[in-house]
Ligand binder design. Structure first.
Ligand SMILES: C[S@@+](CC[C@H](N)C(=O)[O-])C[C@H]1O[C@@H](n2cnc3c(N)ncnc32)[C@H](O)[C@@H]1O
Ligand code: SF4
Length: 389
């Protein structure tokens, strides 16, 4: 497979903070204006451009936060800065923008299309106004529907995020959300099971574990019956509309994350290095304002990178590849590692086949539907703690 490369930009602004969200975002008035944040990201590009070879970009993803809150001019500046250093986008680059309902205007939309965005990911979450209010979303279901109709009028490719297992949510409520999905028929759907710590008020009154499994089954069955393919545990797409950007994360490809709290992966070291930015905007600003040009992620503060050892790279390889329907490819495993290392993985996979958590496929192994529900246990079995030579 030809190596692929993508860039993620984190835009840390929101109209208001949803009570379930743990992402590094701020209400717009609480931090520096977007123009100043953009300047920090431009500096970050200059400082870290040597972490990767200049190359054509397969994907660009603006996530957040709420990228659709900032002036498109700032977004254009960030993309252009990459191009200055040889990270070039073209007509085939998958360019995704996360948008929140009720944040689009015709002017903004024209700018996004001019910049080259060809994929829009809508944070719909649920179409129940009572639920939206409970989690302090800033929009109504009617506004989400307007945003979807607006996107449809441009004929653009869009995806939905759905949240399920919300407090008080029933199977019947979820069916109503799924009816809207089927009605609007986005090319891609990402359903997320709400995850909150026990002390969060939203942890109370949630569907039981059994109901959550039933909800996920209902989502899978409804989407697959309507032409979607579960290409990753939590991602469904119509054929040909799988997210290339998200797939980079699961296919051992490099990506460059820019901006507050973003994570990156570089193959500059023998087994790869994961590195990340701090979560506090003040600390991020301080670090970037030091104006230090770096040659390698290993020059970052020790708390901001992990230079992988072989056993950690093997663990990552098994976990990420098994998230996808394409599964763990034995030839790729042997090419990246070696025959002896592959021999460590095979008996574990065969044991998991006997438990019906994995199934053999011509290229290797993949999760069964039962294995998807128990994926954490599968991943535990394929976690390598001991150093490998
Ligand atoms: C970080 S958000 C950014 C998208 C956009 N700001 C929005 O909220 O619509 C990306 C997605 O993560 C999911 N998400 C955020 N917090 C979550 C949580 N605590 N549990 C499960 N999913 C969550 C939501 O579905 C959301 O659409
Ligand atoms: S709008 Fe999205 S990013 Fe912002 S707080 Fe809500 S879930 Fe988090």
């Amino acid at each position: 497979m030809k190596p692929k490369f993508g860039v993620y930009f984190h835009i840390p602004y929101c109209i208001q903070r949803c009570t379930y969200c743990d992402f590094a975002t701020y209400e717009k008035s609480q931090i520096m204006p977007p123009e100043s944040y953009t300047n920090l990201v431009l500096k970050e590009i200059q400082q870290r451009k040597n972490f990767y070879s200049p190359q054509n970009l397969d994907t660009i993803y603006f996530g957040g936060g709420t990228p659709s809150l900032v002036d498109p001019q700032n977004i254009l500046l960030m993309v252009s800065e990459l191009e200055k250093y040889g990270f070039i986008k073209g007509p085939d680059t998958e360019m995704t923008l996360e948008i929140n309902p009720a944040t689009l205007t015709p002017d903004k939309m024209k700018s996004y299309i001019d910049i080259g965005f060809n994929r829009f990911s809508v944070g719909a979450q649920t179409f129940s106004n009572a639920q939206l209010k409970k989690v302090r979303r800033e929009h109504t279901a009617e506004q989400t529907l307007e945003t979807l109709t607006f996107l449809q009028s441009y004929g653009v490719n869009y995806s939905f995020d759905l949240l399920f297992a919300l407090p008080g949510q029933t199977i019947e409520d979820l069916k109503l959300d799924l009816d809207q999905v089927i009605h609007y028929s986005p090319s891609h759907v990402s359903p997320y099971c709400l995850t909150v710590p026990d002390e969060n008020p939203l942890a109370k009154g949630r569907p039981t574990d059994e109901t959550q499994v039933e909800m996920f089954d209902l989502i899978t069955q409804t989407l697959t019956a309507n032409g979607y393919h579960q290409y990753e545990i939590s991602n469904f797409a119509k054929p040909g509309f799988e997210s290339l950007h998200n797939s980079l994360y699961w296919q051992d490809q490099e990506w460059w994350g820019l901006g507050l709290s973003s994570h990156s992966y570089s193959k500059q070291t023998p087994w790869g290095v994961r590195y990340w930015n701090v979560k506090s905007i003040k600390d991020y600003e301080k670090q970037i304002m030091q104006n230090e040009t770096l040659q390698s992620p290993l020059q970052l503060p020790a708390a901001q990178f992990e230079n992988l050892e072989k056993h950690q790279a093997l663990t990552d390889f098994c976990h990420t590849s098994l998230r996808m329907a394409t599964g763990l490819n034995l030839q790729h495993l042997t090419t990246k590692f070696d025959r002896e290392t592959a021999q460590l993985v095979l008996p574990i996979c065969d044991k998991l086949v006997k438990r019906k958590w994995l199934e053999p496929i011509p290229t290797g192994y993949r999760l069964t539907q039962g294995g998807i529900v128990l994926s954490n246990q599968v991943f535990l079995e394929l976690t390598f703690m001991d150093k490998l030579s």
